[in-house]
Design a protein around this ligand. Structure first.
Ligand code: PLP
Length: 821
């Protein structure tokens, strides 16, 4: 324990001083928000000492470091997790109690920095935490969006998006670092001239500039004094007096640059697994990537002279294709600013950069029109053209006479720049995020690339941090685990395996299920307060929380609820174990079908929750504004984890892992990491249904699936579908849900109906759901199954994932930071 700094009396005094200095108030006068700020300042002071100590150690040991580049970091709240990683949570909780405050309430004062959409952004956050905990030097590089992902309000059952002004009260866990400001250039044109040695030099002129100013956010490792930084770039306009002499007095240009800076980091695009082909999005990408690469090179040059050895000290990981322009930016710096030859620059770049693929869905693959790209980034585009020219020569050498291969693999083709192709050509590694996903990449989506570069392809199954999703989110279970097996699991999750021997122990079972019950009470209270719905804490909590997307099939889930409701209405005497179906999901603002699915869930909830005749057997709850802080509480309270994506579509999933860790049983398809979850926990401890990924892929290729046939032959399904369009759930507007009906069953064009095979998998889903009910009635059997899920979840820690990235791709060395005095 390193908690001298949290000596209670001293800490309390510090909070009082902070309240006084920040707000000119006494503790009695301070609001909860003000106390939150005061506590955070006190915690920040401790963090800064460790941060300085980490910097010192890095300067001394000169280790290799990774720059994890990501458009999104879905960090979640910092205060509670910082306290846990400083091993001071309990002490601070007690200190606050002494002065009449509840740490949980104080934590709720922190805005949830929502600088990400869903799984991809949350993965980046888990990775940063694991890097610090494992002692690996790392920078996260991203954007300090002025507004995070929108806040979701439900009005009359519809999603309404409101701005998330997360910075309005000031964010205590960030530091502006103006000394690391860089200039990023947009637009203009490129001119070439020969220099005296006969070499051609490229000169970029007539551009606009933005100043990239970093805010560093500390990422605290668990009990090891290690603090890495997440660099979140803000955009500021160029100071007028810093304009080129040429541009002085160009008032129009000054205003343009001011607007560019203002708009650049305003919003995070709210699309998950879907491209946003907006010019501003490309500007955002280049903005943070250029600043980050410049900072990486500048830091390297501060300590080293020979840039050829950059790959010995720097790894750049591209989290999806969004930051792929980094490869061209690094080439630009090496060629134009460091005067290197193409081949030397290319060798350095390819040894430095690596790419993580996150999806196979075509609508998510990034392509930029040449017109936009070359106008916005003229010099970078030239470099990509040259990369493409040389790459095509390589393709032709590898596949002589096979023009099809060039068509499929070229980086620039058909008027578009294909970012995934650039990332694969220029990276030393291409990884998928679960074993099945990587196999699909190798054998289907990226097969040609795999033939060309088999050595680049590898798998890194995603993971999650147990410090947040068990220790912080489920304190009762964490303490229970400590009681049985000690606390090694905090930094070595495979130790949870030791719980397996208690799976048949009745006392352990009862304790485990009692903790689940306590967590269900906590969530039920949240739902009572926020939704005004009373739910039965003894019912099965059946939960699907994740972004709303057709491939994730929330529609399958709610159609099944409608089906169950029909059954209960038809057979009131039928045995039925009470069930609470809980949903939480944000839909992209422009995604019509997704938003209508939210409305359907809320409409079904209205009808069923208010039907006294079913005796509360089913309740349906839609939790507004799903985000990390409420997610932590939901996982802890769940019995059933709905992971029901169309097989082959979910690259990994990480929600599935958080549920498992908390003792919820997976009800899912053989998709993404579900495959590996089942492998770890055993088929008998999960509920698997539906088509395999190969079956889905085969039907897609043959185009032989006809949902109309199912509609015509299955009465129950037909009944449910008719209820979408007969006003049962939309009395005032029977046509409201017609688009959902059509998406399943468009009779004009069956070819394109039910792309996600909802009707095809429906029977299999209903069947496995009835097995869930039967299994839940067996209390001991269920307790054992739940406990075994926790026990076998060790593989899914992000510590394991990060160690694999380190071993196979980044080759970092751990550093050890001494406790600061
Ligand atoms: C883990 C997490 C996700 C990802 O969930 P999936 O089920 O893997 O899509 C999305 N949002 C939040 C807030 C999360 O914590």
């Amino acid at each position: 324990m390193q908690n001298q700094m949290f000596e209670k009396e001293k800490f309390i005094q510090e909070i009082k001083d902070n309240v006084k200095n920040l707000y000119r108030k006494t503790l009695e006068e301070a609001s909860q928000q003000e106390v939150y700020q005061a506590v955070s300042q006190a915690v920040k002071e401790v963090i800064i000492d460790q941060w300085l100590a980490t910097q010192k150690t890095m300067e001394k040991e000169d280790p290799k470091m990774v720059y994890y580049m990501s458009m999104e970091f879905l960090m979640g709240r910092a205060l509670g997790n910082n306290l846990i990683n400083l091993t001071a949570y309990k002490e601070v909780k007690e200190a606050l109690e002494e002065i009449g405050f509840d740490l949980n309430v104080i934590e709720d004062e922190e805005p949830d920095p929502a600088l990400g959409n869903g799984g991809l952004g949350r993965l980046a956050a888990c990775f940063m935490e694991s890097l610090s905990t494992l002692g690996y030097p790392a920078y996260g590089c991203g954007i300090r969006y002025r507004y995070g992902l929108f806040r979701q309000k439900i009005e009359n059952g519809f999603q309404v998006e409101v701005p998330d002004n997360w910075l309005k009260d000031g964010y205590p866990f960030e530091m502006r670092r103006p000394e690391h400001t860089f200039q990023v250039k947009f637009g203009g044109y490129v001119r070439s001239e020969g220099d005296p040695s006969g070499k051609t030099r490229f000169i970029h002129e007539g551009y606009q500039t933005v100043r990239a100013v970093p805010y560093d956010m500390p990422v605290v490792g668990y009990n090891n004094n290690m603090v890495n930084a997440l660099i979140a770039w803000d955009a500021e306009p160029e100071e007028y007096f810093e304009l080129d002499a040429f541009d002085k007095g160009d008032y129009k240009k000054a205003v343009e640059q001011e607007n560019l800076a203002k708009n650049l980091v305003e919003v995070l695009y709210p699309n998950d697994n879907h491209i946003q082909g907006k010019e501003l999005r490309l500007k955002q990408q280049y903005f943070f990537v250029s600043a980050s690469v410049q900072r990486a090179v500048a830091r390297y040059k501060k300590y080293h002279t020979d840039l050829h050895k950059l790959p010995d000290k720097v790894a750049i990981q591209l989290n999806d294709t969004h930051p792929t322009v980094a490869v061209a930016e690094l080439m630009r710096i090496l060629l134009d600013e460091e005067n290197m030859e193409w081949d030397e620059a290319w060798t350095i770049t390819t040894r430095t950069c690596a790419y993580t693929n996150h999806t196979i869905m075509s609508e998510a693959l990034e392509k930029w029109p040449i017109e936009i790209f070359s106008r916005l980034l003229p010099r970078v585009y030239q470099i990509i053209e040259e990369i493409n020219r040389r790459f095509i020569l390589d393709i032709e050498k590898k596949f002589p006479g096979d023009y099809n291969k060039v068509k499929k693999m070229a980086i620039i083709f058909d008027g578009q720049v294909k970012m995934a192709h650039l990332a694969i050509a220029a990276g030393c590694s291409v990884n998928g995020v679960a074993r099945l996903h990587t196999e699909i990449l190798k054998n289907q989506e990226l097969h040609e690339f795999y033939q060309m570069f088999p050595e680049k392809f590898n798998n890194k199954t995603n993971g999650i941090t147990q410090r947040r999703f068990l220790y912080h989110g489920n304190p009762l279970l964490a303490e229970w685990v400590n009681k049985y097996i000690g606390n090694d699991w905090v930094t070595n999750l495979s130790h949870l395996e030791k719980l397996a021997v208690y799976a048949d122990d009745e006392k352990a079972q009862q304790e485990f299920m009692n903790i689940k019950y306590q967590n269900k009470l906590r969530l039920a209270e949240y739902i009572r307060k926020h939704n005004g719905i009373e739910i039965n804490p003894r019912s099965i909590f059946d939960v699907q929380v994740k972004r709303l997307h057709e491939y994730k099939r929330q529609l399958l889930n709610i159609l099944h609820v409608m089906y169950l409701y029909n059954k209960i209405k038809e057979h009131p005497e039928m045995e039925f174990y009470p069930r609470t179906f809980i949903f939480g999901a944000k839909a992209a603002a422009g995604y019509r079908i997704a938003k209508l699915t939210i409305k359907l869930i809320n409409s079904v909830a209205d009808v069923i929750n208010n039907d006294a005749s079913i005796g509360g057997k089913i309740k349906v709850v839609f939790i507004e504004d799903y985000k990390v802080s409420i997610a932590e509480q939901i996982f802890a309270a769940s019995d059933v984890s709905e992971q029901i994506s169309t097989a082959s579509k979910e690259a990994s999933g990480t929600g599935n892992m958080k549920f498992m860790l908390n003792g919820a049983v997976t009800l899912g398809t053989m998709d993404g990491a579900n495959v590996e979850i089942v492998e770890e926990v055993g088929e008998e401890n999960a509920f698997i249904f539906g088509m395999s990924s190969q079956e889905v892929i085969d039907h897609e290729q043959k185009r032989d699936y006809d949902p109309m046939q199912i509609f015509n032959n299955d009465q129950d399904i037909r009944q449910v579908l008719m209820q979408l369009i007969n006003g049962m759930y939309s009395r005032n507007d029977p046509e409201l849900f017609r688009p959902l009906y059509n998406s399943l069953l468009n009779t004009q064009d069956t070819q394109y109906a039910d792309t996600y095979f909802i009707l095809k998998d429906f029977r299999s889903y209903a069947e496995v759901q009835s097995r869930v009910e039967k299994a839940y009635r067996d209390e001991k059997g269920w307790a054992k199954m739940a406990m075994l899920n926790t026990a076998h979840s060790g593989k899914f820690t992000s510590d394991r994932t990060i160690q694999q990235y380190v071993d196979d791709i980044w080759h970092l060395d751990k550093i050890k930071v001494e406790t600061p005095k």
